[in-house]
Design a protein around this ligand. Structure first.
Ligand code: GTP
Length: 782
């Protein structure tokens, strides 16, 4: 196995067992010192060097062992490629072969060629008439589209004139006309005027130039409509508004008196002189909406105050500052009046905090509300997570029979009948058509003691960020394992381990393992025990305490051991609790009720009539009530709570652990994004650009670029420094003062991460570091 395969097949358990305490090591496979290579690599290198040496041709015999080793390293011990590389790089190039006589070109002195008189007969002597050898024939490639010519079309058989010719002809003609100054002479060019073209027979117009005839009528390609150069002049239109046929653009320019474009302000300033005709006013062309006859017009566009000046002056006046401005015109006064009116109409929309000033903690104690617990459902793709939760909701009558029947019908029509239960959670079209969960699905159900929120996380590795968002809100996890033959094993290599490690490193302590799809292995107790054995040893290595791990054999599809005990005879060996019983056994979770408010935005809703801007999320710490002021970070914008909802019911207050919808006022939508944090302005969360965290490495870590995830917050950053490798048990630094430059998977390290942007983060936030789509580490801010 090469070093690369080694890395891919790395077994975390073995790595943890082999871990020597985090000594530094530097890896330079290309150094001469073979001691830096693994034993396997050294052996590969030795055998490879001998093999390459044997394969090398004599002219490459001078290649050194070092060069051979470099080539082997580069080509992953591929002998053939290494030899090829060495020969092409180091072997002496074969001397240029002597050219054969036939190839030799006889050099004829230039003088000789030039002095010889040229003879066509000689030149074509080997190509008898009409029998030119194929290799000497020219190939004519017809143009893909009709050749572009003058605007106005082709000349249809008549000799074509170029643009330049047409222009020259027109100029010549004009000059002649001027010379003759005979007003009675028919001016042929006048026939090209727009008026004429519009009124005459439109299909064919003939113009006779001094030397050529151009037919406008048959167009080989569409012409671009030429803008009427004199828009204020009314051009009689042909009946039915038919577009007149136009002459070539450049010819037309000669014929018509051209409305010159008005020089730019810059040109006017630079080049205008007294003799220049006064620039034409645009007002004569277009009536602009804000112009009327009463508005005084001036030839100097900058003579009066600009619209901005008008508004600024009006505002200054309204504020009582601009009393001593220059005398104002009637028009300006009018504008001022309007501006003042608008100012007077302006409503002060600063929301008034109509708080009931409740003692939320006392209200909470009084309310005797049930325990609230969030759990995240994790596991490898297709382990049956959504089906299991759909079944759970169905058996608890949270979802009715009619809905399930409808899902079943719809799923059947898409050829995915086995996904009907999963559709209770997978609501998106893509999720349903692809049969995979993409985003976190939130559903609620209640047992006697507890009100649960299910966070159904996607199993697919592409959606790990969504899974992280779910894990960040979870009090405990339900890990679903597909027990069917082969699936457990592939799941273990896939997301089963990654998910379990992620939730643990994010602070989740309790985990329930659902050994699912046991119906596919006929409820084999042996299979269950085998899975239990392997998974529990992995979980304890990952840091879960044995007392916080529970295993339940289930079939999500059929509903065995979920809300009811299995009636299968083959499953009679199991006498433990059902999944619901196990969930209900969970101890109440201690909440940070009396800490400052922290609410991470999980979703943003906009456009409601009564509540144009609302957010939802889980209160991580503290409490809030209607009328409270909030601070949205990182934007640093203050806002107010207009209303609160829990489970779509309006409430006056909410407390840590609850998922809440907050209707906001006093803030623009642009200041809020998913992952932002709402806190109380008196104890705000700080925006930071750098943090230190204690993380568990899942992959090799070096100072490298990473994406930092905290719930739904994602931000790019860099591991700036690996401060120390830590002892997993005690958390103290090991390996002396020397800072490690690389961290092995399985090591716990303290790292300093610098972010590209400021984000609201504080200890002990759970963070996950990802790189190139892989989770590389996860842990807690210090
Ligand atoms: N035989 C059997 N099949 C099951 C069971 N549970 C789920 N399945 C099937 O497994 C397939 C995948 O189920 P899902 O519930 O979509 O799996 P998932 O883990 O939610 O998938 P992702 O969310 O995409 O990771 C579906 O065809 C289910 O019908 C079970 O207990 N027994």
């Amino acid at each position: 196995m090469s070093r690369h395969q080694n890395l891919r097949n790395l077994d975390l358990d073995d790595e943890l067992d082999d871990f020597d305490g985090g000594e530094d090591y530097e890896y330079d496979g290309l150094g001469d010192g073979a001691e830096e290579l693994s034993e396997e690599d050294q052996e590969n290198m030795r055998v490879g060097t001998i093999a390459v040496r044997e394969e090398l041709p004599p002219q490459a015999s001078h290649v050194t062992d070092k060069q051979i080793r470099e080539a082997l390293w580069h080509y992953y011990y591929d002998i053939e490629k290494s030899v090829g590389y060495l020969v092409s790089t180091y072997a002496a190039k074969p001397k240029a072969q002597k050219k054969s006589k036939a190839q030799e070109v006889k050099k004829i002195p230039v003088d000789e060629i030039c002095s010889k008189p040229f003879s066509f007969a000689d030149f074509f002597k080997d190509t008898p008439w009409l029998n030119v050898p194929i290799e000497r024939q020219a190939i004519l490639i017809p143009p893909l589209c009709p050749k572009g010519g003058l605007l106005g079309g082709s000349s249809d058989g008549a000799p074509k004139i170029s643009k330049l010719q047409a222009l020259a002809a027109a100029r010549k003609k004009k000059a002649l006309e001027q010379k003759s100054s005979n007003t009675g002479i028919e001016q042929p060019m006048a026939s090209l005027s727009l008026d004429q073209s519009a009124s005459g027979s439109s299909s064919e117009k003939t113009t006779t130039g001094s030397s050529s005839t151009t037919t406008f009528g048959t167009r080989a390609f569409p012409i671009r409509k030429r803008k009427d150069s004199n828009p204020h002049e009314k051009v009689p239109k042909a009946p039915h508004d038919r577009e007149p046929d136009l002459p070539p653009a450049d010819v037309q320019m000669e014929m018509e008196p051209i409305d010159q474009a008005e020089p730019s302000a810059f040109a006017n300033t630079m080049f205008s002189n007294a003799s220049s005709p006064p620039p034409r006013r645009f007002e004569s062309f277009f009536t602009l909406p804000y112009m009327n006859a009463a508005t005084p017009t001036s030839t100097d566009p900058f003579a009066g105050p600009s619209p901005d000046d008008v508004v600024i002056a009006a505002q200054a006046k309204a504020a009582g500052k601009g009393g001593k401005g220059p005398p104002k015109t009637n028009g300006q006064k009018k504008v001022d009046q309007i501006a003042n009116g608008v100012e007077a109409l302006k409503v002060d929309d600063t929301p008034k905090a109509t708080s009931k000033n409740l003692d939320v903690l006392a209200e909470f104690k009084k309310s005797k509300s049930k325990n609230a617990a969030n759990f995240v459902v994790i596991g490898h793709v297709d382990a049956g997570k959504s089906t299991l939760m759909g079944r759970l909701l169905y058996d608890l009558k949270v979802v009715d029979q009619r809905t399930i029947d409808r899902y079943r019908k719809e799923a059947e029509s898409m050829g995915k009948s086995s996904f009907a239960l999963a559709w209770v959670l997978d609501q998106g079209f893509e999720e349903r058509s692809r049969g995979v969960t993409i985003d976190i699905a939130m559903n609620k159900f209640e047992t006697e003691k507890t009100s649960f929120t299910i966070l159904d996380a996607p199993g697919h590795r592409d959606f790990i960020p969504n899974m992280i968002a779910g894990a960040a809100q979870a009090d405990f996890a339900v890990l679903v394992i597909d027990a069917s033959t082969g699936s457990f094993e592939s799941g273990l290599k896939g997301q089963t381990k990654e998910h379990a490690l992620l939730v643990r490193s994010m602070g989740v302590q309790r985990i329930i393992i659902v050994v699912n799809k046991l119906d596919t292995v006929n409820w084999s107790e042996e299979r269950f025990m085998e899975i239990q054995h392997q998974v529990s040893s992995f979980l304890t290595t990952a840091g879960f305490q044995a007392k916080n791990i529970a295993f339940i054999p289930c079939s999500g599809l059929l509903g065995d051991n979920i809300a009811r005990r299995s009636t299968e005879a083959a499953a009679s060996w199991y006498t433990g609790p059902t999944l619901i019983e196990e969930l209900d056994n969970s101890e109440p979770i201690a909440r940070a009720l009396d800490k400052p408010l922290r609410l991470t935005i999980g979703d943003i809703f906009r456009g409601g009539v009564q509540n144009p801007l609302s957010i939802s999320g889980r209160i991580e710490a503290g409490s809030l009530q209607t009328g409270d002021a909030l601070l949205a970070q990182p934007a640093g914008q203050k806002c107010f709570i207009k209303g609160l909802e829990i489970d779509s019911e309006p409430v006056d207050w909410a407390i840590a652990g609850q998922n809440v919808t907050v209707h906001l006022s006093g803030i623009e939508e642009q200041y809020l994004k998913i992952g932002d944090v709402l806190s109380s302005p008196s104890s705000p969360i700080q925006n930071i650009k750098q943090f230190t965290a204690k993380v568990l490495a899942f992959e090799f870590l070096t100072p490298m670029q990473v994406d930092v995830h905290r719930g739904r917050l994602h931000a790019p950053g860099t591991i700036k420094e690996i401060v120390a490798v830590l002892d997993k048990g005690t958390g103290t630094a090991v390996g002396g003062k020397k800072k490690p430059r690389i961290v092995k998977p399985g090591q716990v390290v303290r790292v300093v991460v610098e972010l590209d942007v400021v984000v609201p983060l504080e200890a002990p936030a759970r963070v996950v570091l990802r790189s190139n789509g892989e989770t590389v580490a996860a842990g807690l801010l210090e």
